[in-house]
Design a protein around this ligand. Sequence first.
Ligand code: SAM
Ligand code: 2KA
Ligand code: SF4
Ligand code: MG
Length: 222
Amino acid sequence: MTNYKVVEIFSSINGEGTRAGQLAVFVRMQGCNLNCTYCDTKWANEADAKFHWTSTEEILELLRSMEIKNVTITGGEPLLQEEIGELLEAMAKEENLRVEIETNGSVPLQPFAEIPNGPSFTMDYKLPGSGMEKYMLPENFAVLRAQDTVKFVVKDYEDLCRARDVIREYDLTEKCHVYLSPVYGQIELENIVNFMKDNRLNDVNMQLQMHKIIWDSEMRGV
Ligand SMILES: C[S@@+](CC[C@H](N)C(=O)[O-])C[C@H]1O[C@@H](n2cnc3c(N)ncnc32)[C@H](O)[C@@H]1O
Ligand SMILES: Nc1nc2[nH]cc(C(=O)O)c2c(=O)[nH]1
Ligand code: SF4
Ligand SMILES: [Mg+2]
Protein backbone atom coordinates (compact mmCIF):
# COMPACT_ATOMS: atom_id res chain seq x y z
CA MET A 1 0.00 0.00 0.00
CA THR A 2 1.41 3.32 -1.00
CA ASN A 3 1.47 6.10 1.54
CA TYR A 4 2.05 9.83 1.32
CA LYS A 5 3.24 12.35 3.90
CA VAL A 6 0.08 14.41 4.37
CA VAL A 7 0.28 17.44 6.70
CA GLU A 8 -3.31 18.61 6.26
CA ILE A 9 -6.50 18.01 4.32
CA PHE A 10 -9.21 20.66 4.46
CA SER A 11 -12.03 22.13 2.40
CA SER A 12 -12.44 25.80 1.60
CA ILE A 13 -12.99 27.94 -1.42
CA ASN A 14 -10.03 27.95 -3.74
CA GLY A 15 -8.39 31.31 -3.15
CA GLU A 16 -6.37 31.24 -6.37
CA GLY A 17 -6.27 30.33 -10.02
CA THR A 18 -8.80 29.41 -12.66
CA ARG A 19 -11.17 27.88 -10.08
CA ALA A 20 -10.85 30.73 -7.58
CA GLY A 21 -14.03 31.16 -5.59
CA GLN A 22 -15.15 27.55 -6.08
CA LEU A 23 -15.22 24.94 -3.33
CA ALA A 24 -12.09 22.83 -3.24
CA VAL A 25 -10.38 20.26 -1.05
CA PHE A 26 -6.69 20.87 -0.36
CA VAL A 27 -4.32 17.98 0.21
CA ARG A 28 -1.01 19.32 1.50
CA MET A 29 2.09 17.14 1.40
CA GLN A 30 5.16 17.49 3.63
CA GLY A 31 8.62 18.53 2.46
CA CYS A 32 10.15 20.72 -0.22
CA ASN A 33 13.38 20.80 -2.20
CA LEU A 34 13.38 24.62 -2.45
CA ASN A 35 13.46 27.37 0.16
CA CYS A 36 11.73 30.43 -1.29
CA THR A 37 12.36 33.62 0.70
CA TYR A 38 8.63 34.32 1.00
CA CYS A 39 7.27 30.80 1.51
CA ASP A 40 4.07 30.83 3.58
CA THR A 41 4.18 27.09 4.26
CA LYS A 42 7.68 26.76 5.69
CA TRP A 43 6.08 24.91 8.60
CA ALA A 44 5.07 22.12 6.21
CA ASN A 45 8.48 21.92 4.59
CA GLU A 46 10.56 21.09 7.67
CA ALA A 47 11.84 17.52 7.72
CA ASP A 48 10.29 17.13 11.20
CA ALA A 49 6.93 18.70 10.28
CA LYS A 50 4.08 16.65 11.70
CA PHE A 51 2.49 14.48 9.01
CA HIS A 52 0.30 11.42 8.74
CA TRP A 53 1.26 8.60 6.45
CA THR A 54 -1.93 8.43 4.40
CA SER A 55 -2.68 5.86 1.74
CA THR A 56 -4.16 6.31 -1.72
CA GLU A 57 -7.35 4.58 -0.62
CA GLU A 58 -7.66 6.68 2.57
CA ILE A 59 -7.34 9.88 0.55
CA LEU A 60 -9.89 8.68 -2.02
CA GLU A 61 -12.35 7.61 0.69
CA LEU A 62 -12.13 11.00 2.35
CA LEU A 63 -12.54 12.86 -0.94
CA ARG A 64 -15.58 10.76 -1.87
CA SER A 65 -17.18 11.50 1.51
CA MET A 66 -16.58 15.26 1.17
CA GLU A 67 -18.51 15.48 -2.12
CA ILE A 68 -16.41 18.39 -3.42
CA LYS A 69 -15.32 18.15 -7.02
CA ASN A 70 -12.18 20.33 -7.09
CA VAL A 71 -9.07 18.94 -5.43
CA THR A 72 -5.82 20.85 -5.12
CA ILE A 73 -2.73 18.85 -4.25
CA THR A 74 -0.12 21.13 -2.77
CA GLY A 75 2.61 21.31 -0.17
CA GLY A 76 5.53 21.64 0.32
CA GLU A 77 6.34 20.21 -3.07
CA PRO A 78 3.80 17.47 -3.78
CA LEU A 79 5.65 15.95 -6.75
CA LEU A 80 8.49 14.88 -4.43
CA GLN A 81 6.30 12.25 -2.79
CA GLU A 82 7.49 8.85 -3.92
CA GLU A 83 4.77 7.21 -6.02
CA ILE A 84 2.77 10.45 -6.32
CA GLY A 85 2.02 9.18 -9.84
CA GLU A 86 0.00 6.37 -8.31
CA LEU A 87 -2.20 8.85 -6.42
CA LEU A 88 -2.69 10.98 -9.53
CA GLU A 89 -3.61 7.91 -11.57
CA ALA A 90 -6.09 6.75 -8.95
CA MET A 91 -7.66 10.21 -8.73
CA ALA A 92 -7.92 10.37 -12.53
CA LYS A 93 -10.19 7.32 -12.44
CA GLU A 94 -12.63 8.99 -10.03
CA GLU A 95 -15.54 10.37 -12.03
CA ASN A 96 -16.45 13.14 -9.62
CA LEU A 97 -13.05 14.74 -9.08
CA ARG A 98 -11.25 17.52 -10.90
CA VAL A 99 -7.63 17.59 -9.79
CA GLU A 100 -5.07 20.37 -9.87
CA ILE A 101 -1.50 20.02 -8.64
CA GLU A 102 0.56 22.98 -7.47
CA THR A 103 4.22 22.53 -8.23
CA ASN A 104 7.32 24.65 -7.93
CA GLY A 105 8.79 24.42 -11.43
CA SER A 106 11.85 22.39 -10.42
CA VAL A 107 10.36 18.92 -10.98
CA PRO A 108 9.92 17.42 -14.50
CA LEU A 109 6.23 17.40 -15.41
CA GLN A 110 6.31 15.18 -18.49
CA PRO A 111 5.63 11.86 -16.70
CA PHE A 112 2.52 13.28 -15.02
CA ALA A 113 1.21 14.86 -18.22
CA GLU A 114 0.89 11.39 -19.70
CA ILE A 115 -1.69 10.20 -17.16
CA PRO A 116 -5.03 9.74 -18.97
CA ASN A 117 -7.57 12.25 -17.56
CA GLY A 118 -4.73 13.39 -15.28
CA PRO A 119 -4.41 16.57 -13.21
CA SER A 120 -3.97 20.08 -14.47
CA PHE A 121 -0.75 21.77 -13.41
CA THR A 122 -0.38 25.09 -11.68
CA MET A 123 3.33 25.55 -12.07
CA ASP A 124 5.23 28.35 -10.41
CA TYR A 125 8.11 29.93 -12.23
CA LYS A 126 10.29 31.14 -9.37
CA LEU A 127 11.53 34.69 -9.88
CA PRO A 128 14.75 36.35 -8.60
CA GLY A 129 13.02 37.54 -5.40
CA SER A 130 12.44 33.91 -4.36
CA GLY A 131 16.17 33.14 -4.54
CA MET A 132 15.28 29.91 -6.37
CA GLU A 133 15.24 30.78 -10.06
CA LYS A 134 18.33 28.69 -10.81
CA TYR A 135 16.31 25.54 -10.09
CA MET A 136 13.65 26.23 -12.74
CA LEU A 137 13.33 23.71 -15.58
CA PRO A 138 12.37 25.66 -18.73
CA GLU A 139 11.68 22.35 -20.52
CA ASN A 140 8.50 22.12 -18.40
CA PHE A 141 6.98 24.93 -20.47
CA ALA A 142 6.79 22.60 -23.47
CA VAL A 143 4.62 20.19 -21.49
CA LEU A 144 1.92 22.71 -20.56
CA ARG A 145 -1.54 22.48 -22.10
CA ALA A 146 -4.51 24.85 -22.31
CA GLN A 147 -5.87 23.70 -18.94
CA ASP A 148 -2.59 24.39 -17.14
CA THR A 149 -1.32 27.56 -15.46
CA VAL A 150 2.02 29.26 -15.04
CA LYS A 151 2.06 31.40 -11.93
CA PHE A 152 4.59 34.12 -11.17
CA VAL A 153 4.69 35.22 -7.54
CA VAL A 154 6.12 38.74 -7.68
CA LYS A 155 7.92 40.56 -4.91
CA ASP A 156 9.22 43.70 -6.63
CA TYR A 157 9.88 45.48 -9.91
CA GLU A 158 12.75 43.16 -10.83
CA ASP A 159 10.40 40.18 -10.48
CA LEU A 160 7.78 41.86 -12.66
CA CYS A 161 10.37 42.48 -15.40
CA ARG A 162 11.60 38.90 -15.26
CA ALA A 163 8.04 37.53 -15.39
CA ARG A 164 7.30 39.69 -18.45
CA ASP A 165 10.46 38.45 -20.20
CA VAL A 166 9.73 34.78 -19.48
CA ILE A 167 6.09 35.14 -20.62
CA ARG A 168 7.32 36.63 -23.90
CA GLU A 169 10.27 34.30 -24.44
CA TYR A 170 8.13 31.17 -24.12
CA ASP A 171 4.94 32.67 -25.57
CA LEU A 172 3.14 31.47 -22.47
CA THR A 173 -0.17 33.26 -23.02
CA GLU A 174 -0.59 31.21 -26.22
CA LYS A 175 -0.04 27.94 -24.35
CA CYS A 176 -1.88 28.14 -21.04
CA HIS A 177 -3.27 30.40 -18.31
CA VAL A 178 -0.80 32.95 -16.92
CA TYR A 179 -1.11 34.55 -13.48
CA LEU A 180 0.76 37.24 -11.59
CA SER A 181 0.28 36.99 -7.84
CA PRO A 182 1.81 39.32 -5.25
CA VAL A 183 4.08 38.06 -2.49
CA TYR A 184 1.64 38.71 0.32
CA GLY A 185 2.07 42.20 1.77
CA GLN A 186 5.36 42.91 0.01
CA ILE A 187 4.45 44.81 -3.16
CA GLU A 188 2.06 47.68 -3.88
CA LEU A 189 -0.83 46.01 -5.70
CA GLU A 190 -1.32 49.09 -7.85
CA ASN A 191 2.23 48.70 -9.16
CA ILE A 192 1.33 45.32 -10.63
CA VAL A 193 -1.60 46.80 -12.54
CA ASN A 194 0.49 49.75 -13.77
CA PHE A 195 3.21 47.36 -14.90
CA MET A 196 0.67 45.28 -16.82
CA LYS A 197 -0.63 48.42 -18.51
CA ASP A 198 2.81 49.80 -19.33
CA ASN A 199 3.94 46.47 -20.79
CA ARG A 200 0.66 45.59 -22.56
CA LEU A 201 0.43 42.28 -20.71
CA ASN A 202 -2.67 41.05 -22.51
CA ASP A 203 -4.09 37.66 -21.49
CA VAL A 204 -2.25 37.77 -18.16
CA ASN A 205 -4.35 37.57 -14.97
CA MET A 206 -3.47 39.40 -11.80
CA GLN A 207 -4.79 37.55 -8.75
CA LEU A 208 -4.99 38.13 -5.02
CA GLN A 209 -4.99 35.22 -2.60
CA MET A 210 -8.63 35.38 -1.47
CA HIS A 211 -8.11 33.13 1.55
CA LYS A 212 -5.63 35.64 2.99
CA ILE A 213 -8.25 38.38 2.66
CA ILE A 214 -11.10 36.36 4.12
CA TRP A 215 -9.13 34.86 7.03
CA ASP A 216 -6.03 35.93 8.92
CA SER A 217 -3.13 35.65 6.48
CA GLU A 218 -1.25 33.28 8.80
CA MET A 219 -4.22 30.98 9.42
CA ARG A 220 -3.78 27.32 8.52
CA GLY A 221 -6.45 25.01 7.19
CA VAL A 222 -8.46 27.64 5.30
C1 SAM B 1 3.26 26.92 -0.76
S1 SAM B 1 3.40 26.60 -2.46
C2 SAM B 1 3.21 24.82 -2.58
C3 SAM B 1 3.35 24.29 -3.99
C4 SAM B 1 4.75 24.40 -4.60
N1 SAM B 1 5.79 24.15 -3.67
C5 SAM B 1 4.96 25.76 -5.25
O1 SAM B 1 5.81 26.50 -4.82
O2 SAM B 1 4.22 26.02 -6.20
C6 SAM B 1 1.81 27.13 -3.12
C7 SAM B 1 1.80 28.47 -3.76
O3 SAM B 1 1.88 29.48 -2.76
C8 SAM B 1 2.71 30.51 -3.24
N2 SAM B 1 3.22 31.29 -2.12
C9 SAM B 1 4.02 30.87 -1.12
N3 SAM B 1 4.26 31.84 -0.23
C10 SAM B 1 3.61 32.93 -0.69
C11 SAM B 1 3.48 34.27 -0.22
N4 SAM B 1 4.10 34.68 0.90
N5 SAM B 1 2.70 35.12 -0.92
C12 SAM B 1 2.09 34.71 -2.06
N6 SAM B 1 2.15 33.45 -2.55
C13 SAM B 1 2.92 32.58 -1.88
C14 SAM B 1 3.79 29.75 -3.99
O4 SAM B 1 4.53 30.59 -4.83
C15 SAM B 1 2.96 28.76 -4.73
O5 SAM B 1 2.42 29.31 -5.90
N1 2KA C 1 -8.38 28.61 0.31
C1 2KA C 1 -7.17 28.37 -0.12
N2 2KA C 1 -6.94 28.45 -1.44
C2 2KA C 1 -5.68 28.20 -1.88
N3 2KA C 1 -5.24 28.22 -3.15
C3 2KA C 1 -3.94 27.88 -3.14
C4 2KA C 1 -3.53 27.66 -1.83
C5 2KA C 1 -2.17 27.27 -1.45
O1 2KA C 1 -1.82 27.24 -0.28
O2 2KA C 1 -1.38 27.00 -2.34
C6 2KA C 1 -4.64 27.86 -1.03
C7 2KA C 1 -4.90 27.77 0.37
O3 2KA C 1 -4.04 27.49 1.20
N4 2KA C 1 -6.18 28.04 0.74
S1 SF4 D 1 8.69 25.75 -3.58
FE1 SF4 D 1 6.65 26.16 -2.72
S2 SF4 D 1 6.62 25.09 -0.74
FE2 SF4 D 1 8.75 25.11 -1.46
S3 SF4 D 1 9.65 26.84 -0.43
FE3 SF4 D 1 8.91 27.59 -2.42
S4 SF4 D 1 6.80 28.30 -2.09
FE4 SF4 D 1 7.41 27.08 -0.30
MG1 MG E 1 -0.92 28.73 0.63
